[in-house]
Design a protein around this ligand. Structure first.
Ligand code: ADP
Ligand code: ADP
Length: 222
């Protein structure tokens, strides 16, 4: 069997999953697979998938499972995922979790599910200050993780923008959708012995070093 390592990052919108996954990607040599980023890429390029996803994303609702699951299946078959992946934003409900279980079963299944905890108040502060680079997708925060020059990406000079779904009205619905549909995954992965919980209200570097320790332990154990 060709064993691969799959990690699933869980947490409310704004918990820091994308920020952490991007850092882990470089350090673990496994790609970040962010369904939100893939949808946004398709939206930017006006593909059929992007147009379909937009109506759901604008309301803070989940894009239908069938579409999302097929998209992740395709993504995990790409060459850069030959040793596994860091999943961020997927799965988001039990149907997606079961599908991911089936996709990863031939390679040894999911290795670990870190849950990054922050309060809802902190989530609101983080999301409403989030800014994203239009060209490379790098994530900043106006107060907590500002770029060197306002409105400009440190990495490639791209323009920073606020996601449409990061406006307060949509954020509240996204939190509601999280508690209703995604939070049952906490119990689901706990019961499988895969869940580890982390305090996310610390510096980006401190969360990252705890994650690296946890994931490295898993890789060594396999
Ligand atoms: P998620 O992918 O879970 O929605 P992000 O990684 O996009 O979360 O982070 C949400 C916002 O919070 C971003 O603006 C990011 O810069 C900021 N952020 C991420 N981690 C931290 C942290 N540990 N402390 C303060 N702000 C953070
Ligand atoms: P955040 O990082 O703030 O949690 P994401 O970028 O993960 O936000 O997701 C943005 C939007 O993209 C979601 O509100 C939803 O509409 C859509 N989306 C992302 N991932 C999924 C998924 N696994 N299933 C269904 N919809 C998704």
């Amino acid at each position: 069997m060709n064993r691969r390592t799959f990690f699933v990052l869980l947490g409310v919108p704004g918990a820091g999953k994308g920020t952490q996954a991007k850092l882990l990607e470089e350090r673990l040599g496994r790609p970040q697979v962010s369904t939100g980023d893939i949808f946004r890429y398709n939206l930017k390029n006006k593909t059929a998938l992007g147009l379909l996803a937009q109506s759901y994303m604008d309301k803070g609702e989940l894009v239908p499972d069938e579409v999302t699951i097929r998209m992740v299946e395709d993504r995990l078959q790409q060459a850069d995922a030959a040793q596994g992946a860091i999943l961020d934003g997927f799965p988001r409900n039990l149907i997606q979790a079961e599908a991911l279980g089936r996709m990863t079963a031939p390679y040894g299944g999911i290795s670990l599910v870190p849950l990054i905890h922050i309060s809802d108040e902190e989530a609101m502060l983080r999301i409403t200050g989030r800014r994203v680079c239009r060209s490379c997708g790098a994530v900043y925060h106006t107060a907590f993780n500002p770029p060197k020059a306002e409105g400009v990406c440190d990495l490639d000079g791209g323009e920073l923008y606020q996601r449409d779904d990061d406006k307060p009205e949509t954020v509240r619905n996204r939190l509601y959708v999280y508690y209703k549909q995604t939070s049952p995954l906490i119990g689901y992965y706990f019961a499988k012995g895969l869940l580890v919980e982390l305090d996310g209200k610390r510096s980006i570097e401190s969360v990252q070093s705890e994650l690296i320790g946890l994931l490295a332990e898993k890789e060594v154990a396999q």
